[in-house]
Ligand binder design. Structure first.
Ligand code: C5P
Length: 398
């Protein structure tokens, strides 16, 4: 299944473009989220309306559509997917890709993406056999581009030979393979996310502003690289990642139990904003206001530190333990000290001062703290932070 996998589908301008609609339908049947992009020539064969209707998503066509730039820039669009697929890849599009052209939306997305690219070439047999196309195909393979087809067969132009586009079911199978064979294939990664809620009484609780956006994005990015992900989340507002094993909890103690039950894992990422304290004693009834106006004294006790607990396990410690540090001042110094104190391998530190807009926002500016020192990453979307972190985790576990 492709549940929750996000595919950016570029439709090039060839007679086989109509089959891209069948590819969209099949991908959606398997649970994938497909964002279509039509080249100018692609629009001669398939209308944006039919692609959009089948994908149930907005279709992108123009690099200079300013509304889209406001909504989502081309860089963001190129990276917000798990895989970029080109159906059909014409001789012209392959030439552009091989030579690094970026003069329209499709070619710019292909240049800007940090995801793997799979192409389904389709062209006349002589065009496929042309030395220029042979060179371009060679270059693209060397760049890590994956190929589905072409196959040998009858062509729309009446000729016969290699250059015919692979059938939609074969393209979908290649997409599945590409997504299943990422560098984290066979690895189990645990991710905690969201806030925790600590009940004061049956109707009130202690909480924090964590949205769970960063944790969810990390789970998706790890899953996109082929990891089996266990996602333990508190009551977060962000949508749950699909295609991962989700355990919903409310309190820190429940989170600790769910985390322990999810071990062993090859790596664990603790992105949850766990409440530091809970009520010392469980209140079974609602605390009432008194006529005298007495204010209740809330007696708190410390919650278990889930990250420190897992980082100090003997047999069950994941090979790589990653913590987060949300700080408002002296970020690197505090996070470096936290790395040592908690016993984790890496700390992803960020400045959550209100003026940064990071807590609850869509962007993040983090510093990765490892044994080797501090590495400041530029401000980028939480999806991009997640993709970069997932890539580093894959390298560390390789
Ligand atoms: O100590 P502090 O809350 O700043 O540490 C943050 C890191 O520790 C995060 O990775 C968070 O998920 C983790 N943590 C935890 N259990 C707690 C408190 C924090 O796992 N009780």
């Amino acid at each position: 299944m492709l549940a929750g996998k996000r595919i950016l589908l570029i439709i090039g301008g060839g007679i086989a473009a109509f089959k891209a609609l069948d590819v969209i339908r099949r991908l959606r049947d398997q649970g994938a989220i497909v964002t279509p992009v039509l080249t100018r020539a692609g629009q001669e064969f398939v209308t944006p309306l039919s692609a959009s209707a089948l994908a149930a998503q907005k279709v992108y066509t123009d690099l200079f559509d300013l509304t889209d730039e406001a909504e989502m820039g081309h860089i963001e669009l190129s990276r917000a997917s798990d895989l970029v697929v080109v159906v059909p890849a014409t001789a012209d599009l392959m030439a552009k890709m091989a030579n690094g052209h970026a003069d329209d939306l499709a070619s710019t997305l292909l240049m800007a993406t940090d995801k793997r690219v799979l192409i389904a070439p389709a062209m006349n047999v002589r065009m496929w056999d042309h030395p220029a196309t042979r060179r371009n195909a060679e270059t693209l393979r060397g760049d890590g581009v994956l190929f589905a087809g072409p196959v040998e067969g009858a062509m729309a132009c009446g000729e016969f030979g290699p250059g015919r586009m692979a059938e939609p079911e074969k393209i979908v199978a290649a997409i599945r393979d590409a997504l299943a064979n990422g560098p984290l294939k066979g690895r189990h990664v645990l991710v905690t996310s969201g806030p925790t809620h600590e009940p004061i009484d049956p109707v009130r609780y202690i909480a924090n502003r964590s949205s769970g956006a960063q944790g969810g994005a990390i789970a998706r990015a790890l899953s996109a690289l082929g990891a089996e992900v266990s996602f333990v989340t508190g009551p977060a507002s962000a949508p749950r990642p699909e295609g991962v094993r989700v355990t919903e909890v409310e309190t820190a103690e429940q989170m600790l139990n769910a985390v322990t039950a999810s071990l062993p894992a090859d790596a664990a990422v603790f992105a949850a904003a766990v409440a530091d304290w809970r009520m010392e004693t469980q209140q079974t009834g609602k605390i009432k206001k008194t006529a005298a106006g007495d204010v209740p004294a809330l007696s708190l006790t410390e919650n278990p530190d889930i990250l420190a607990h897992v980082a100090h396990l003997n047999d069950m410690r994941p090979r790589l333990v990653v913590g987060f540090a949300a700080e408002t001042d002296d970020v690197v110094a505090h996070a470096t000290a936290k790395r040592a104190r908690k016993g984790c391998d890496w700390i992803v530190a960020n400045d959550v001062s209100p003026e940064t807009g990071i807590m609850g926002g869509t962007e993040n500016a983090v510093t990765l703290i490892t044994e080797a020192g501090a590495e400041a990453w530029p401000r980028m979307s939480k999806d991009q932070v997640a993709a970069r972190l997932a890539g580093k985790i894959a390298e560390a576990l390789a």
